[in-house]
Design a protein around this ligand. Structure first.
Ligand SMILES: [Zn+2]
Length: 342
């Protein structure tokens, strides 16, 4: 199996990395350079002012985004997908793809912004996260000065059902305005729901947003299924928009209409503090299920955690997280018109 014949397969065959350097120039002038397993830089003959990162498999069992990236990459190699802008594809955690699990030892999306080097723990996922940070830095820096437009879409699917199927997490902006064009691009991807983080996190998208001023998002495109079991029609809008992002001067964006966007702001982040922790709802409750003020959400040791608002929606509940990690996020709707948008 050569690297350009099946990039995903080669990546999974070299799950924790590959030190070889591979490159190929396509007949249309596009340059392909492989920095590591799962790390592919694609550069058009004449550069533009955009640097785009598309990442998948931060969680290895979230297969639809991996299939989308695989297909876009192979179409680029086959010269069937045009490339207008510098683009870095990242298949973040190939070892977790191989074991068909969210992660091998540790949730990679809690390891960025240096968290991989804290707590005196070493494992392959921490080493990989540190390397991914270096590749992101190198990619953006080689693109040139900070006048460039930087993007990073980190693609996921969720473990549970969701009342709002596709949603994106907008990392904490430290007070900087939100971007209307990004809401429009997400909507073109079929993502009408956006969660605003109110504090720094250790996610991959926050790393790119904070360190490199990229427009960066964690994008949840649907539900986890195994390879080959995804209904690709459910992901067609996202795939087409990503292809346009890479292959056109500008992607086709719908006109901005605040009514079409459902924006939610973080209300509570509930970190598990005690061994004795349980959620006060069924395991299979959907993301974005809402609770009213005073309803019991969870019991953590002797602490009762209640909803603080009417119509407070739960997201990403997981009682099995390590102590100190987030077991539940709650959000409340905010009017799109109230956002500081540019
Ligand atoms: Zn995920």
């Amino acid at each position: 199996m050569t690297v350009f014949e099946d990039f995903l397969k080669w990546t999974c065959d070299n799950e924790w990395g590959h030190s070889g350097h591979f490159e190929r120039r396509l007949s249309n002038g596009t340059q392909l350079t492989v920095w590591d397993s799962g790390v592919l830089v694609v550069e058009p003959q004449s550069a533009t002012d955009k640097d785009i990162i598309i990442s998948c498999a931060v969680h290895g069992n979230e297969t639809a985004p991996i299939e989308i990236c695989r297909d876009i990459i192979q179409d680029i190699i086959a010269e069937q997908q045009p490339v207008q802008h510098r683009t870095l594809f990242l298949i973040a955690n190939p070892a977790s793809i191989n074991v068909e699990r969210r992660f091998v030892e540790e949730n990679m999306n809690r390891l960025f912004s240096g968290a991989h080097s804290k707590g005196g723990i070493t494992n392959p996922e921490r080493e990989r996260a540190a390397k991914l940070e270096q590749y992101v830095q190198r990619f953006y820096q080689e693109g040139g000065d900070s006048e460039r437009r930087r993007y990073h879409y980190d693609l996921h699917t969720a473990i549970r059902d969701s009342k709002r199927e596709k949603f994106a997490v907008y990392p904490f902006t430290h007070g900087k305005p939100y971007k209307q064009a990004q809401l429009q691009f997400l909507l073109a991807c079929g993502v009408d729901t956006v969660l605003l983080n109110r504090a720094p996190t250790t996610t991959f998208s926050y790393f790119s947003a904070h360190q490199f001023e990229a427009d960066a998002f964690t994008v949840e495109l649907g539900k986890v299924r195994r390879f080959g079991e995804n209904n690709r029609a459910d992901f067609a809008a996202a795939e087409e928009s990503l292809r346009q992002l890479v292959g056109q001067p500008e992607p086709d964006l719908p006109a901005f209409d605040p009514q079409q966007h459902f924006v939610f702001a973080e209300a509570q982040t509930i970190n598990r503090q005690h061994q004795d922790f349980r959620l006060n709802f069924a395991d299979d409750v959907a993301n974005f299920t809402s609770f009213n003020k005073g309803e019991l959400l969870a019991i953590d040791g002797d602490d009762k955690i209640l909803a603080k608002h009417d119509d407070e929606h739960i997201i990403f509940p997981n009682a099995d997280v390590a102590l100190g990690q987030r077991a539940l996020l709650t959000v409340v709707r905010v009017p799109t018109e109230s956002l500081d948008l540019v």
